[in-house]
Design a protein around this ligand. Structure first.
Ligand code: R5P
Length: 290
């Protein structure tokens, strides 16, 4: 019970008691407006501060990629284990149940397919993104590509302008061209360029020296999984990335091309949100196969 002095000092009513605002759980987002924070909170779990994004946008470049032929059969059963869905608007509108109640990171640019060289790139109209109620917009940056660098940086810049107007976060996606080094200098540069140009989240790849990439990037980093690996190796990749400062994954093929995608996404989730070790996560994966 408050004593007389406290009451006189107004403490009983909370007057004079310092109220500290909790620090927002997403890196670099403290100064963003409420709408941005709300959308980021839908993507990044406020308790762990992390996210498992399920990426199934591959079809816009690769067509019916193995494991993605049937969104209803291959991907829908995985959705409940993901914190966020990353796909194109075509797949969102045709194949993702509207009552799934998961935040969407919309693949918001498009270019050429694997059949031709990347030589042009367009972006989704912001009004379409708003109509689809997306929680973030993903834009690829082809850093170091003489033909595409300026165009893709301009795309990200434009989406960041639109994003800040309507409080929709932008995720910069660092592409890796065939001739590009996959090292921390390259990913560090590409990630920082994304953030400097307004990206609120960066998606990049794990590499040696990844902690330096994270340290020099003022916004959260999630990693792509890349080509399919054996399950334990994919879990090790997640573990190392999280351990070195990534706040989640935006993973596709290592989940939907797994022998058992439903078990795999749960094992990935345990590494990301519950700090499972590689062995613990792999054990969980095997357990879920039974
Ligand atoms: C590729 O077209 C996309 O950007 C993918 O979303 C990204 O590469 C993540 O998927 P994966 O884990 O299969 O590399």
């Amino acid at each position: 019970m408050a004593d007389l002095d406290d009451i006189r000092e107004g403490k009983k009513f909370g007057i004079g008691v310092e109220v500290k605002n909790p620090v927002f759980h997403v890196k670099g987002a403290d100064n963003l407006p409420w709408g941005m924070k709300d959308r980021l909170t839908r993507i990044f779990n406020p308790e762990s501060g992390r996210t498992v994004m399920l990426a199934f946008d591959h079809g816009f470049i690769m067509g019916p990629t193995s494991g993605l032929e049937r969104i209803d059969l291959n991907i829908t059963p995985l959705m409940k284990y993901a914190d966020c869905l990353m796909c194109t608007r075509g797949i969102l509108q045709s194949s993702v149940p509207a009552n799934i109640n998961k935040p969407v990171c919309l693949r918001s640019d498009a270019g050429t397919t694997i059949l031709t060289e990347l030589n042009d790139n367009v972006v989704v109209d912001i009004e379409d993104a708003i109509r689809m109620n997306v929680s973030a917009m993903a834009i690829m940056l082809a850093i170091g590509d003489p033909a595409m660098e300026a165009k893709t940086v301009a795309n990200l810049f434009k989406m960041a302008d639109w994003g800040s107007k309507y409080n929709i976060p932008v995720m910069g996606v660092t592409a890796v061209g065939k001739d590009m080094a996959r090292d921390s200098r390259y990913f560090g540069l590409a990630s920082r360029v994304c953030a400097e140009n307004g990206a609120n989240i960066v998606k990049t790849y794990y590499c040696d020296g990844f902690e330096n990439v994270v340290a020099a990037c003022p916004v959260p980093i999630v990693i792509a999984g890349g080509k399919k690996l054996p399950e334990k190796e994919a879990l090790e990749l997640c573990y190392k990335a999280i351990n070195d400062g990534a706040v989640g994954v935006d993973m596709g093929r290592n989940v939907f091309q797994s022998e058992n995608p439903v078990a795999m996404i749960q094992a990935v989730n345990a590494v990301v949100h519950k700090n499972f070790s590689v062995d613990e996560a792999y054990e969980l994966y095997l357990e879920l196969l039974k």
